[in-house]
Design a protein around this ligand. Structure first.
Ligand SMILES: Nc1ncnc2c1ncn2[C@@H]1O[C@H](COP(=O)(O)OP(=O)(O)OP(=O)(O)O)[C@@H](O)[C@H]1O
Ligand SMILES: [Mn+2]
Length: 435
């Protein structure tokens, strides 16, 4: 009897030990579910199929910055190889023709070409043959005719780089450096939809006034020994609205004009703001606006326009541009891109993220797969690092202050979180579009 009793105790202890050891092994696996170990040995968890799906989902979609020992450095190198600018490339005087030929329905220039450096170099140095008023709009600018017959726009500097624009999300005057940063960011996103732009400090007296039309000369004046002008635009009424050089030197940006033979068509942006206090637009109060209205309305009911709106709002959210009230496409050209013109209202406040700019994306939950993959490549601070390096020798360098660079990385995380939320909610195949 006693022997049988002992035997029973032995069996119970053995079973208990086996149970305990199994439990430890399994819970050990549990703890590795977020680490690379699971990525390398997915077989370990194949039995729990539901759970496996979830882990796989997170593995594929979690932001890269949560992955230790990832390929960050490789991503930086490959992006720099494609997008670096040779700011010392020799001047090529016949480059305008090249830039003109680049323009097609879906791209303004190739993703990567040493000739982009050549265009930027010449745009920042070509002699100015003629200068006139801008061409309407609300902001002060000058139209330039450059040597070789190329048209361009000059937008002047109003603010120092660290100026903080507060108030309404679209407040303040244009930020000239924002045009430059938005252009390079658009390249990193592989959009090629922002016109080519470069920083340039001009001699207002010798390069502009000397070749200006009489009507532009009439708006020149001096203030405290500095040469100024106020030009003509909706907000350019007189000297109070003028911009002044430091002495004769005026910093600004030169934007390459699109080929004259291509006509632009203007569209009202479906997610535009009212710009009136107390007046709310439908998208601000109706979260089904995309599904019930925009998606059923031409030209958003078929590709590529709505996807272009998604791309644009992501770029705008990253740079903080809340002023995309209208947009332009090439008239009579099939599948024309949404041309991302006028980014002057970006980079006003690096300490706030204006979520309403993302409304098209959060309300439609739609995104090109190519854009999603590119955004993912730019996580882990890759975005700010590559952008900073690409613009390091820009004539306006430093183009962005550190807080603005950090804001880009922070906002990118917000975009990725929204994308993952959409995927979880509706399924990846309903969110990401192969186009
Ligand atoms: N690079 C360009 N090539 C061709 N057309 C251009 C270019 N830049 C601007 N335009 C034309 O001029 C218009 C006004 O330009 P832009 O939006 O930069 O000025 P703005 O004064 O900031 O306008 P708004 O006050 O409406 O914001 C554009 O809508 C476009 O039609
Ligand atoms: Mn503008």
């Amino acid at each position: 009897m006693r022997r049988r009793h002992k035997h029973l105790i032995f069996v119970i202890c053995t079973l208990f030990s086996i149970g305990y050891i199994s439990f430890r092994i399994l819970s050990g696996n549990d703890q590795t579910e977020w680490t690379d170990e699971v990525e390398n040995s997915p077989k370990k968890i194949t039995e729990a199929s539901e759970y496996y799906e979830d882990v796989n989902f997170i593995k594929e979609h979690r932001p890269r910055f949560e992955t230790p020992g990832n390929d960050r450095q490789k991503r930086i190198s490959s992006l720099l190889e494609k997008y670096s600018i040779d700011w010392r490339s020799p001047i090529q005087e016949n480059i305008w023709h090249v830039a003109e030929k680049w323009v097609s329905a879906r791209k303004l220039y190739p993703e990567s070409s040493p000739l982009i450096s050549s265009v930027l170099r010449y745009l920042s140095s070509a002699p100015i043959v003629k200068a006139d008023f801008g061409y309407g709009g609300t902001q002060l600018k000058i139209t330039l005719l450059l040597e070789g017959g190329q048209l361009a726009v000059f937008k002047p500097r109003w603010y120092p780089r660290d100026f903080l624009v507060t108030g309404e999300p679209y407040a303040g005057r244009d930020r000239h450096n924002a045009e430059v940063a938005a252009f390079h960011l658009n390249r990193l996103l592989n959009f090629s939809r922002v016109p080519i732009v470069v920083g340039r400090t001009i001699d207002l007296r010798n390069e502009i006034k000397s070749v200006a039309t009489p009507r532009l000369i009439n708006t020149f004046f001096t203030r405290e020994g500095n040469l100024c002008f106020y030009g003509k635009c909706l907000y350019c009424k007189g000297p109070d609205d003028g911009v002044c050089a430091q002495g004769d030197k005026l910093e600004g940006v030169v934007i390459l004009w699109l080929p004259k033979k291509l006509t632009l068509e203007k569209w009202k942006h479906p997610w535009r703001r009212s710009y009136k206090e107390g007046r709310r637009m439908r998208w601000e109060t109706d979260d089904s606006y995309c599904r019930t209205f925009v998606k059923n309305t031409s030209p958003y009911d078929k590709p590529p326009r709505l996807l272009d709106i998604m791309d644009t709002c992501i770029l705008d959210f990253l740079v903080g541009n809340a002023d995309r009230h209208r947009y332009e496409t090439f008239k009579n050209i099939n599948n024309s891109m949404l041309i991302i013109l006028d980014n002057g209202k970006s980079f006003g406040n690096p300490f706030e993220d204006e979520l309403s700019i993302l409304a098209p994306f959060t309300q439609c939950c739609l995104l090109r797969r190519s854009t999603y993959e590119r955004l993912q490549m730019l996580t882990d601070g890759v975005l700010s690092e590559v952008l900073k390096t690409v613009m390091e020798l820009e004539p306006l360098a430093p183009v962005l202050t550190q807080p603005h660079l950090l804001a880009l990385d922070r906002r990118l995380k917000v975009v990725m979180d929204k994308a993952h939320w959409c995927m979880k909610q509706y399924g990846e195949m309903n969110i990401l579009v192969d186009e």
